[in-house]
Each structure stands twice: as structure tokens, then as C-alpha cells.
Design a protein around this ligand. Structure first.
Ligand SMILES: CC(C)(COP(=O)(O)OP(=O)(O)OC[C@H]1O[C@@H](n2cnc3c(N)ncnc32)[C@H](O)[C@@H]1OP(=O)(O)O)[C@@H](O)C(=O)NCCC(=O)NCCS
Length: 178
């Protein structure tokens, strides 16, 4: 069983384990996550393959987010493209359980994982992407101390419409303690 590696009074993070996969599939196929992450539909079979491929890859840390009080799994977060030469990584997060949405948890998840990247992995920079109209995501990153660094114009398609993506980034020392 993978252990919790970082936690605060609200949430805890641990690497994804096999038992998490059915929930991960359910969440990734849910309307808000399909819409805002645009990763496409997944199946349990494709996610099993993804898990085997990723679990020992040092450039990826895919996590399950737990409620610190109850231990219930509520979402996903991760650092990907971990680059130990240039000391940077990309962060993603999503809350899958509807009853944990709009509770102000997202900046805590973002801050906790970003802080882990700086303090434990020794990164200098963490970055993220979000659609320009993903207001909840943008506010989450800004609350945690990320800066809006640029716009990738018409970088993605959603429902036949081109969409801009924002680049957000944070340097060591800029993290906001929530
Ligand atoms: C992005 C996400 C994690 C945010 O979680 P959440 O529970 O909705 O947001 P929170 O309640 O934690 O609020 C975070 C901030 O966003 C703001 N916010 C939330 N929903 C909002 C909305 N619809 N419009 C504007 N602001 C919003 C909150 O007010 C808060 O900002 P504040 O602290 O300055 O008041 C969640 O919406 C989600 O999982 N979305 C789908 C996946 C995704 O978009 N991931 C991000 C791309 S990597």
C-alpha cells in the first residue's frame, strides 16, 4: 500500500494505487473533468495500462487526493514532466467527488503538491496550463501564488471551437501559505 507522503489539516496526497483506478476512471469521464482537462474518455482497461506504464516512471508523480479527516478519496493531482536537469515540473489537479467541489480545497491541494515539488524534489519552478475560461482553475493557481505567464492562443479544440490556454508558473519562494 502506497503511503501518504504529504498532508495538511484538510487534505492528504499519496501516489495512485491499483485500487484507485475505478474512481479515477469515473472522475476522468465526468462532464466537468472531460470539459476542462480535455484528456478524452478513458476505460478501466486503458487506465490499467496507463498505471503499469507510469508507476515507476521518475518523471511522473500521479497522486490520489484524500480528505485528511475521513481518508476518503476525492480527486486527482500530479506532477508530470518532472525534469531534474532543469528543475521544473507540470502540475495538474481535479476534484472528482462533487460534494468536495466549491469548498475552497483546490488551492490547498495545489499549494501542498507545489510545496512538495520545491521542498522534497528540489524543483525551482512548477507550471500548469488551464483554459482561459476555466475561472475556478485560474483562481486556484493564483491563490496558491502562481503567476499568469502567457496565453497559448487557439491551442486546443473543444466542441469544434478553438480555445486559448493559459500558462501559469510559480518559482521557489513565491508559494503562498494558505
Ligand atoms: C479546478 C478545480 C480543482 C477547482 O476546485 P473547486 O472546488 O471548484 O474550487 P474551490 O472551491 O477550491 O475554489 C478555488 C477558487 O476558485 C474560485 N472559483 C470556484 N469556482 C469558480 C467559478 N465557477 N468561477 C469563478 N471562480 C470560481 C473560488 O472562489 C476560489 O477562489 P478564491 O479563494 O479567490 O475565492 C475544480 O473545479 C475541478 O476539478 N475542475 C475540473 C478539472 C480542472 O479544471 N482542473 C484544472 C486544470 S489542471
Amino acid at each position: 500500500m502506497e503511503k501518504i507522503f504529504v498532508q495538511n489539516e484538510k487534505i492528504a496526497l499519496r501516489p495512485v494505487i491499483l485500487e484507485d483506478l475505478p474512481k479515477r476512471v469515473e472522475w476522468l469521464n465526468s462532464e466537468p473533468i472531460l470539459r476542462w482537462m480535455n484528456a478524452g474518455r478513458v476505460t478501466l482497461q486503458s487506465t490499467d495500462i496507463w498505471f503499469e506504464k507510469n508507476k515507476n516512471d521518475p518523471s511522473k508523480l500521479h497522486c490520489t487526493v484524500l480528505c485528511a479527516k475521513t481518508g476518503r478519496a476525492l480527486g486527482i493531482a500530479g506532477l508530470t514532466s518532472i525534469d531534474m536537469k532543469n528543475l521544473n515540473a507540470e502540475l495538474y489537479l481535479a476534484i472528482g467527488e462533487a460534494d468536495y467541489l466549491k469548498k475552497g480545497l483546490a488551492p490547498h491541494i495545489c499549494g501542498l503538491l507545489t510545496g512538495f515539488g520545491f521542498e522534497s524534489l528540489g524543483l525551482n519552478r512548477v507550471y500548469a496550463f488551464c483554459y482561459a475560461d476555466n475561472h475556478a482553475s485560474l483562481k486556484t493557481f493564483l491563490r496558491a501564488g502562481y503567476k499568469r505567464e502567457g496565453v497559448l492562443r487557439h491551442h486546443a479544440m473543444y466542441d469544434g471551437t478553438p480555445k486559448d490556454r493559459l500558462v501559469l508558473g510559480i518559482l521557489k519562494g513565491e508559494l503562498v501559505l494558505l
